[in-house]
Design a protein around this ligand. Structure first.
Ligand code: MN
Length: 154
C-alpha cells in the first residue's frame, strides 16, 4: 500500500483515479484545488504524486516545480496526467520534474502499470550525495541495512 496524492480539478476524473488506486490497495488522497496541493502534500507525505497538467490557479507544471523545490518533497516521484499530447509535451513535462506521464483519456491498464513502476522505483536519488549542513531531517537517523540481494555479484 502506498500513499498517493492526486491533484485533479475534474470531479469525475479524480473519482476515477482515486477509485482505481484504492482498488489496487493504495491510499489515495484527492485534491481538486491546486492551490491546496503543496500544503496537502506536506501534510500527507505521499509516496507518489499524480497531477493533472491543465489546472486552474496553479498549473501542473507550476506544482511540479514547487514540489521539486520543497525540502521535504523534492524526491517524491511525480506522474503527470495530461489531456493533450502535442509535440514537445513529453520533454516539457519531464523537464518540469515528472518521471512519467499518461495521456487522457487514460488507459486503466497503463495508468495502473505506470503507478506501480514509479512506486517500485521509489524516491528519486540525487545525482550528488546530499549534505546535511542545513540541518536536514536525516540527521541522527540510523542507516538501513543493505538488502544484500546482489551478494553473488563477482
Ligand atoms: Mn484539468
Amino acid at each position: 500500500m502506498a500513499k498517493i496524492l492526486v491533484v485533479e480539478d475534474n470531479a469525475l476524473n479524480i473519482k476515477l483515479f482515486c477509485d482505481l488506486l484504492a482498488a489496487h490497495g493504495h491510499e489515495p488522497e484527492g485534491v481538486t484545488d491546486s492551490r491546496d496541493a503543496l500544503e496537502a502534500a506536506r501534510a500527507f507525505m505521499p509516496d507518489l504524486v499524480i497531477t493533472d497538467i491543465q489546472l486552474p490557479h496553479v498549473s501542473g507544471l507550476e506544482l511540479m516545480e514547487q514540489i521539486r523545490g520543497d525540502a521535504q518533497l523534492h524526491n517524491v516521484p511525480i506522474m503527470a496526467v495530461t489531456a493533450y499530447s502535442g509535440v514537445g509535451d513529453d520533454e516539457r513535462i519531464r523537464a518540469a520534474g515528472a518521471q512519467a506521464y499518461v495521456a487522457k483519456p487514460i488507459s486503466v491498464l497503463r495508468f495502473a502499470e505506470t503507478v506501480e513502476e514509479l512506486l517500485e522505483a521509489g524516491p528519486m536519488t540525487d545525482d550528488a550525495p546530499a549534505t546535511n549542513e542545513a540541518g536536514g531531517p536525516e540527521t541522527g537517523t540510523a542507516p538501513l541495512p543493505p538488502e544484500g540481494d546482489d551478494s553473488s555479484q563477482a
